[in-house]
Design a protein around this ligand. Structure first.
Ligand code: ACO
Length: 359
């Protein structure tokens, strides 16, 4: 039997920090509102594009797996912030990694994108169609944000996370997954004025807007993620005490707490880092996986449950039996990234366009 072991992990966290207090300099909001409603205290604003963030996270994951990009036969980039629609972002990542071999595709399932991509990579490996796959989620959400919409603008951030998945004969990796989509609710979270739906000539689009109905998403997220988690646990015959770590999508700490309470998990069984990065869409789960390993929270053979939801409304959960590797093959030190500009300077033009009143 072939399994799909996760043998490398990496992340890219942009250096420019945007705090809740800095948001109050141009928006009617407060640190108290944002942190009590969402758990977010700060987020990162990227000075580089999606493919570059993905590449930096991928280099770290490759080094930690002891591989080079030439070893890969498939690159999947989970993103809803592609650098270009055509060609795909995955081909750019491959080019930046300095190789020219692997199959490359982008996967668009918003915040659930990493789980969808991991399931896809696992299926390809387990069927024998691929042996070494890079799964990277990278999101430049700050590009979409409408900085005059306080209910959504305060929630998002930029970042990337990557894993390497390799064929193994040890029973580990993603062993069960339940993915789905609540498409009746596809309009409650959308960037509606971008794509062939828009009228390019008669009615050209104004500023992009990430529209959503927060309370409705909240309810459906708990239902979708919670239901998928219960299905995965029951199929894998796992009880609550068997779970070593829950690594959920980081959209709102209250959603995470609701799911943890439903499952009766203790705080130490739940990975939470939303306070530092906000919602980085598909990248939240692989960044959290990476930080769980970096902080020694994952041991060989651990039972990990991951769950996510995103636009579509896509939802899903997966059971990952961690393999033997918790120590990197090569200790990759990411070159210190600096941004010449602060987060507010990086966003200055976008904020001006979004907030200025029509004459
Ligand atoms: N600062 C201050 N006040 C605000 C802000 C803000 N940034 N945003 C909204 N408010 C106000 C509203 O105007 C409203 O005021 P009113 O009562 O006078 O009308 C009040 O706060 C309450 O607004 P609600 O939307 O009811 O607040 P809620 O407690 O539901 O929290 C939130 C909103 C955080 C968006 C929550 O609904 C949520 O997390 N939803 C699900 C997660 C989500 O939507 N994530 C984004 C989707 S991305 C993804 O991961 C797929």
């Amino acid at each position: 039997m072939i399994y799909a072991d996760i043998t490398g992990w990496g992340k890219y966290i942009p250096p420019a920090v945007l705090t809740n207090d800095e948001l109050t300099t141009f928006m009617d909001t407060s640190d108290e509102w944002i942190s009590s409603r969402s758990g977010i205290r700060q987020r990162r604003i990227s000075h580089i594009n999606t493919a570059q963030m993905a590449t930096l996270a991928s280099k770290q994951a490759l080094a930690r797996a002891g591989l080079t990009a030439d070893d890969l036969d498939l690159i999947i980039v989970a993103t809803c912030c592609p650098d270009t629609l055509v060609p795909n972002t995955a081909s750019k990542v491959q080019e930046l990694l300095g190789t020219n071999q692997a199959a490359c595709f982008d996967l668009s399932s918003a915040c659930t994108g990493f789980l969808y991509a991991l399931q896809n990579a696992t299926a390809q490996i387990r069927s024998g169609m691929a042996k070494k796959v890079l799964v990277v989620a990278a999101e430049r959400m700050s590009w979409f944000v409408n900085w005059s919409e306080r209910s959504s603008a305060v929630l998002f951030g930029d970042g990337a996370g990557a894993v390497i998945v390799e064929a193994s004969d040890i029973e580990c990796g993603l062993l069960n997954a339940k993915l789905g989509c609540d498409s009746k609710a596809r309009d409650i979270l959308s960037v509606s004025n971008f794509g062939t739906d828009m009228d390019r000539y008669e009615n050209p689009p104004g500023p992009l807007t990430l529209d959503f109905i927060g309370p409705e998403i909240f309810k459906r997220a708990v239902r979708g993620m919670g239901g998928a988690t219960e299905t995965v646990m029951s199929e894998a015959k796992l009880n609550v005490e068997d779970i070593d770590l829950l690594i959920p999508h980081q959209a709102n700490v209250r959603i995470i707490e609701t799911i943890a309470q439903k499952l009766k998990l203790k705080d130490e069984q739940v990975m939470v880092n939303i306070q530092n990065y906000g919602n980085t869409s598909a990248a939240t789960v692989p960044i959290a996986i990476c930080e769980a390993l970096e902080s020694g929270r994952v041991k060989p053979g651990d039972n990990i449950i991951s769950a996510a939801f995103g636009a579509g409304l896509t939802w899903g959960a997966g059971f990952i039996k961690w393999g033997n590797r918790v120590t990197p093959v090569n200790d990759y030190v990411q070159q210190e990234q600096t941004s010449e500009k602060t987060a507010l300077e990086l966003l200055a033009t976008a904020i001006k366009h979004c907030t200025q009143k029509p004459a």
